[in-house]
Design a protein around this ligand. Structure first.
Ligand code: FAD
Length: 395
């Protein structure tokens, strides 16, 4: 399953075009997370009349985008499509943080700690990195030890440092996009939305929890891990929701700097994929375990962490960063993964309604792509691009 997060299978065939939408038409986007928020903003800039609807607000605590930070990395194994999407996203993140005067991207670098001489998830991306002038730096075990004294290198072969990556301030970014959308003239509604009836291959409207209805020319459901529940017949088994946990450990009082300044890191043993984001806003040394957790209800589920997963995280931390052996748990957070069957994103229309689109399937790696994905979706809706084959709903 971990390959779904780090290197989804690349698609081969061409994609699919959809009926183009003329300027000034209306679009309702449901969900103001990383996918919906950026899509709404790009559609607005194309001249559409866009309404963005979210039940609990952008970057809310139930959403996948609602954590403090997310990794931004170009490394995607041999999957050039996501490498390129990330490269475009990185440009857009930088442009928007300058435009909004809000710090969103932290260029801390991403350190891939490798156990074997050849680590496909990294090695297979090297050619793409060179093509984009985003080359990685090879570090021997000695280099790692000299540069980062807090790392136990005993079981490592080497590391690759991607100096162009880092992390994004996730929930704050969703709120910045939302504010940007409003400032540029977008309409927002805080309400729970349900799809109305499908008649003659069209969705007829939305029913909102505030009693209102919304009619639009296109409806884009960017509802993260809720998609399977909203469309059980089509997506019930396609987008599944699992409980994922991240932990923030307190750094030593007498020696915080090497921990705070450590790059984003990924332990690429090919099995568990522990990863971490240190030192954002003094939240502590964050660690995540990229294995699919138990099935989770994103609306009603309590966000209480699982002691077994915490135990694993602690054990790993003590091994790789011995100075954190007795570090206290400062915070923890439960976020849902919205898994597609193979880790690829989903963008396609409902099989019975050509004006109703699904956008989701971030599968543990979607956040970073938000700006570029939103741009691509707006191009597809306008009829200027086709849906990439790997995003299509597969039967
Ligand atoms: C623990 C964890 C670690 C991750 N790490 C990374 C990482 O390092 N890098 C990375 O790029 N990605 C990462 N991801 C993945 C990334 O966070 C997600 O892919 C991305 O945030 C998904 O965004 P989304 O907009 O699709 O969904 P969400 O953020 O869940 O947004 C969906 C929105 O829809 C709203 N909604 C749902 N149903 C309705 C309804 N009926 N009516 C109105 N509103 C509704 C919700 O309130 C929510 O705001 C991680 C995810 C998790 C859980």
């Amino acid at each position: 399953m971990t390959l779904n997060t780090f290197a989804p299978h690349p698609g081969k065939a061409a994609g699919k075009s959809v009926e183009s939408l003329s300027a000034k038409s209306s679009v309702a986007v449901i969900g103001a997370g990383a996918f919906g928020g950026w899509t709404a903003l790009h559609l607005l800039r194309k001249g559409y009349n866009v309404t963005l609807i979210d039940a609990w607000g952008p970057g809310n605590s139930r959403s996948s985008s609602g954590d403090e930070t997310r990794v931004i990395r170009s490394t995607y194994g041999n999957n050039e499509f996501y490498f390129d999407l990330n490269a475009r996203a990185l440009t857009l993140w930088k442009e928007h943080e300058a435009q909004w005067k809000t710090k969103l991207f932290q260029n801390k670098g991403v350190l891939w700690m490798c156990y074997h001489e050849h680590t496909p998830v990294v090695n297979d991306s090297i050619a793409f990195a060179q093509k984009h002038n985003m080359a990685y730096e090879h570090l021997t075990r000695n280099d790692i030890a000299n540069r980062y004294a807090i790392v136990n290198t005993n079981d490592l072969s080497h590391a690759w440092l991607d100096p162009y990556g880092g992390c994004l301030r996730a929930r704050e970014a969703c709120q910045a996009v939302y504010k940007g959308f409003i400032a540029e003239g977008g309409r927002v509604v805080q309400a729970h939305a349900l799809p109305g009836k499908i008649e003659q291959h069209r969705l007829t409207g939305l029913l909102l929890s505030n009693g209102q209805t919304v009619q639009a020319d296109r409806y884009i459901f960017a509802c993260g891990s809720w998609l399977g529940k909203l469309f059980p017949d089509v997506l019930g088994n396609y987008i599944t929701c699992t409980k994922q946990e991240v932990y923030y450990f307190g750094v030593p009082a007498d020696n915080p700097t090497p921990y705070e300044n450590f790059p984003v890191w990924i332990d690429a043993d090919g099995k568990d994929f522990y990863y971490g984001i240190p030192g954002n806003n003094y939240r502590g040394f964050k660690i995540g375990v990229d294995e699919r957790g138990e099935a989770f209800d994103p609306t009603h589920g309590d966000r209480v962490s699982n002691p077994e997963v915490l135990k694993k995280a602690r054990k790993f931390l003590a091994h790789r960063f011995p100075g954190l052996k007795d570090a206290p748990l400062a915070e923890s957070r439960v976020c849902p993964y919205e898994n597609s069957p193979d880790g690829n994103f989903l963008f396609d229309h409902h099989p019975e309604a050509t004006n109703l689109f699904f956008l989701g399937g971030g599968s543990g790696h979607g956040f970073k792509h938000g700006p570029a994905l939103g741009e691509l979706v707006s191009e597809i809706i306008a009829g200027n691009n086709i849906i990439p084959q790997q995003f299509l709903l597969r039967g």
